[in-house]
Design a protein around this ligand. Structure first.
Ligand code: GDP
Length: 459
């Protein structure tokens, strides 16, 4: 279904607000070139070649707005697939505003958030998952988030979905063939082959769905909680990490950020240290705040770093604390204050299989080893080195994949019960539909509104 959308010519400031060296206004739509031509006396933009640059003044109603550089892209060879013009002017908010006013005066309307990318999608320049990756790419704050968004934007994920879809279509064609000869009561494809085919598709879809946990962590940051008894050195450790890695991270619109949360990037991965005010001291707080709330916080974490003072913690104390962390989180044991440990006091065996390290937060000893453990605990080894692996980072795709899996389960059950092809058809269609939703071959105005409404204006 092709959603309704306006096809007029639109404009938006594409650079961030405020003063900058340059400001860029993007214009797209059928009249983009002809309309800007009216403001640009130096050259006849209508006759010049696509993908060329032109310097000159922008003049509106006799007033010189700025001297600018104009790039011209003719349909369909532009980001949106429409005629497009980009105006690079001086990065003055006043000039940009005057320019937008002049554009409005000649009948170019302001773009909605994400409207350029929406148009690119609607004009077949990219599929929906690629369009979504554009937003992720802009928001990416770490190497891993950048890599996965880039992979997706360049069509890696779409290709994977297309392969799955092709497998399912092949399966459908075998069933279809059977239907054509239904009266003759023949089974063309033997059920074993069909089930094998389904199993393969299922496994691949399941692998993609399973990658979401990691993908989500990469995109929004891996949540880490530092827990431990009072004075174990939790604040000191956090400060040691932050001082070293004070990262360039900002709020991303559309993501909720806990008010007390420190973000840092280690080896290209973004970690969010959830403030553990409530769970800094598990033993105490459990009584104070009630087990439920404490564990809710802990459950949110992907990783729990359990910090203990090697001088004052007995194996029993450690076990008591660790046992309170039941759940699926990964746990890293960190013995602190080795700088002040008595020499005869060898690190004791914790008796746990969790990865562990001994550090001094205050003196900055073995902090790198600790960081390595953080990275290792994500189990990235199989995905990161090549960067080729497809990782699902988008909850919408994850949900669709889960629908695909459910539908395939139904088809499998149907096959085992030897139900006829026409009865299987509904489930096959449902699986195909969910796949098509990911790439946007099937979509609705509501879904598009949700996706593109979260983009910034000018993208
Ligand atoms: P928190 O209550 O767990 O947040 O612990 P703090 O970070 O406030 O540290 C408690 C005390 O332990 C402070 O006096 C720190 O200076 C001290 N401390 C923290 N890390 C180390 C360390 O590696 N070696 C030594 N000797 N003292 C430390």
């Amino acid at each position: 279904m092709v959603p309704t959308y306006r096809k007029d010519t639109i404009a938006a400031i594409a650079t961030p607000q405020g003063i900058g060296a340059l400001g860029i206004v993007r214009v797209s739509g059928p009249d983009a070139i002809v309309k800007i031509n009216g403001l640009f006396p130096n050259k006849d933009l209508e006759t010049i070649k696509s993908h060329t640059l032109h310097f000159g003044p922008i003049i509106h109603e006799g007033e010189l707005i700025d001297e600018v550089l104009i790039s011209v892209f003719r349909a369909p060879h532009s980001f949106t697939g429409e005629n497009s013009v980009e105006i690079s002017c001086h990065g003055s908010p006043y000039i940009l505003q005057k320019l937008m006013e002049a554009l409005a005066a000649i009948g170019i309307s302001p773009a909605e958030p994400g409207e350029y990318t929406l148009r690119a999608y609607l004009n077949g320049r990219m599929d929906l998952s690629q369009a979504e990756a554009v937003a992720d790419l802009i928001a990416a704050e770490s190497k891993a988030a950048h890599d996965t968004a880039m992979q997706q934007m360049r069509g890696g994920f779409s290709l994977k979905i297309k392969e799955l879809r092709a497998q399912l279509l092949y399966f459908a064609s075998l069933i279809e063939l059977e239907l054509d000869f239904a009266e003759e009561d023949v089974e063309f494809a033997d059920r074993g082959t069909l089930i094998n085919l389904l199993d393969t598709t299922y496994m691949e879809a399941a692998k993609l769905a399973a990658s979401f946990q990691l993908g989500n962590a990469i995109k929004s940051g891996v949540k880490v909680v530092i827990a431990g008894r009072p004075n174990a050195g939790k604040s000191t450790l956090l400060n040691a990490l932050l001082n070293e890695e004070r990262a360039l991270v900002s709020d991303i619109p559309g993501t909720t950020r806990d008010s007390i949360e420190d973000v840092l990037v280690v080896d290209g991965i973004k970690f969010r240290f959830i403030d553990t005010a409530g769970i800094r001291d598990p033993a105490e707080t459990i009584e104070r705040m009630g087990i439920a709330r404490t564990f809710e916080k802990i459950k949110e974490a992907d990783i729990i770093v359990y910090l203990y003072d090697v001088n004052t913690t007995s194996p029993q104390m450690l076990r008591d604390d660790i046992e309170t962390f039941e759940g699926k989180n990964k746990i890293i044991l960190v013995g602190n204050k080795i700088d002040s440990a008595q020499e005869d006091k060898a690190p004791f065996e914790t008796g746990f299989q969790f990865p562990s390290v001994q550090i001094s937060a205050k003196k900055g000893l073995h902090i790198d080893a600790f960081k390595s453990l953080l990275i290792q605990s994500l189990d990235l080894a199989h995905v990161m080195p090549t960067g080729q692996e497809t990782i699902v980072t988008n909850i919408r795709h994850f949900n669709s994949l889960n629908h695909v899996l459910m539908a395939i389960d139904q088809i499998r059950a149907g096959l085992q019960l030897h139900i006829t092809g026409d009865l299987l058809a509904a489930d096959i269609k449902s699986a195909l539909r969910s796949m098509a939703e990911i790439t946007g071959e099937i979509t609705s105005d509501e879904i598009l509104g949700n996706i593109f409404g979260k983009f910034c204006i000018g993208k």
